[in-house]
Design a protein around this ligand. Structure first.
Ligand code: ADP
Length: 391
């Protein structure tokens, strides 16, 4: 079936009327952030927050109107607080996944304490003070290794830390954190996270066999991630580190939009910088209004385990220059070192197994920088007028 076009959607929405003004939602300029991807459609309708509840039937009608168009697999529509004097594309709507008619779908308003409202309002999961996404433009750059050691660096500074493995395609947290077994549920509703090195951990890897190939479709990814986030008894956390799926495709965008992320850390290798993959990661977060705390250059240079010589095999330093060019911070560099690989792959990450070494120090340095960024972001957010999403 041919993919539905934006124009077809706009035309159809021309029949949906604001009950108060009698004008249609397109002519009234209420539609924002329309996204169409492979038959998945999402957008927001901007309304006066005071009218939120009254306009729920209009939201439903818009959703159904779009869902009924040929070629539409899912339609997700949210009401957002209208902005004064702004353009019509930001902030974005929820991702074009799940939504009306999609398997396992859930709308923002059914999500209990969380979901879209919180994501857009910038709040977090109850008890969780901040969420930091660790992302990369592509796989294999050391994103998970960085996420683990960053989490441990934050814990070493005395913070209460959780670690969520959103890398559902290749969950590595059970192995890297040296945890086996399955999480249990005390109340039949929420799972108790697993724990090691003082960090609470949740990963799909605890629930399915590591060797089971997993084929995830968009809505399944969405609900798996949301469950790991919200149906886990995280308790009180200063920060929840989220190891994102690699890349900048739909699953990542969905995650960045649906999860109330405080800020993102982009992990990149020098080659990756040259190939612009890191920039894609950065742009993804900017697109969904998530502040990028900065870039970590991993496998920055090579430390020879025999002679101790340092070789800059990939013209190291690119991340720093690139970060400057892109107007984001450079958080630090980690060398390519066999000790980092062997410790993280054997479940004894270097920050805990060699806490006095230079690498642990580098990770703790990055953790300090991230902690400061969290503080600044939360303070700035508090000072700002909240962006309220109603529905
Ligand atoms: P990603 O999450 O980006 O796919 P991983 O963190 O799983 O990447 O790392 C891929 C492999 O590279 C792992 O075997 C890991 O131990 C190794 N690795 C990551 N960072 C380093 C580093 N700085 N030095 C040596 N090996 C590393």
């Amino acid at each position: 079936m041919a993919e539905v076009s934006e124009q077809q959607i706009i035309d159809a929405l021309g029949n949906v009327k604001d009950p108060d003004s009698g004008k249609d939602v397109v002519a009234s300029g209420m539609i924002s952030g329309l996204q169409v991807k492979d038959g998945h459609v999402a957008f927001a309708i901007e309304v006066d927050p005071a009218r939120g509840a009254a306009l729920e039937p209009m939201r439903k009608e818009a959703e159904k109107t779009v869902f009924d168009l040929p070629g539409v697999l899912t339609a997700t529509v949210v009401l957002t607080a209208e902005r004064t004097g702004g353009g019509s594309t930001e902030p974005g709507p929820p991702p074009p996944q799940g939504g009306h008619g999609g398997p396992g779908h859930s709308h923002g308003q059914d999500q209990g304490p969380g979901g879209q409202q919180l994501a857009q309002a910038g709040q977090t999961i109850p008890g969780v003070n901040a969420i930091v996404a660790v992302a990369s433009g592509k796989g294999g750059v050391g994103k998970s290794t960085t996420a683990v050691n960053l989490a441990l660096g934050l814990a070493a500074a005395g913070h209460k830390v959780g670690l969520m493995d959103a890398d559902i395609y290749g969950p590595s947290m059970p192995r890297m954190m040296g945890i086996s077994g399955q999480p249990v549920s005390d109340d039949g509703k929420t799972l108790q996270p697993m724990e090691n090195y003082g960090i609470k951990v949740m990963s799909i890897g605890f629930l399915v066999d590591e060797d089971t190939p997993m084929i995830w479709r968009g809505p399944m990814v969405q609900s798996a991630l949301e469950q790991m986030m919200r149906d886990v008894n995280w308790g009180e956390l200063d920060v929840l580190i989220v190891d994102m799926p690699p890349g900048t495709g739909d699953a990542q965008l969905t995650m960045a939009q649906r999860v109330p992320v405080t800020g993102a850390v982009i992990v990149s290798t020098p080659q990756d910088i040259a190939l612009l993959d890191a920039r894609k990661g950065l742009n993804m977060f900017r697109k969904v209004d998530v502040p990028v705390f900065g870039i970590v250059e991993n496998m920055s240079y090579f430390n020879c385990p025999h002679c101790g010589e340092r070789s800059e095999i990939f013209s190291h330093g690119g991340a720093k220059t690139e970060a400057e060019r892109l107007g984001c911070d450079f958080l630090g560099e980690i060398p390519l070192d066999i000790e980092i690989r062997s410790t993280s792959d054997s479940g004894h990450p270097i920050v805990v197994s060699q806490p006095d070494g230079a690498h642990a120090k580098s990770y703790r340095f990055i953790a300090d920088a991230v902690w400061q960024k969290i503080g600044q972001t939360l303070a700035a957010r508090e000072a700002d007028a909240p962006k309220i999403v109603i529905q």
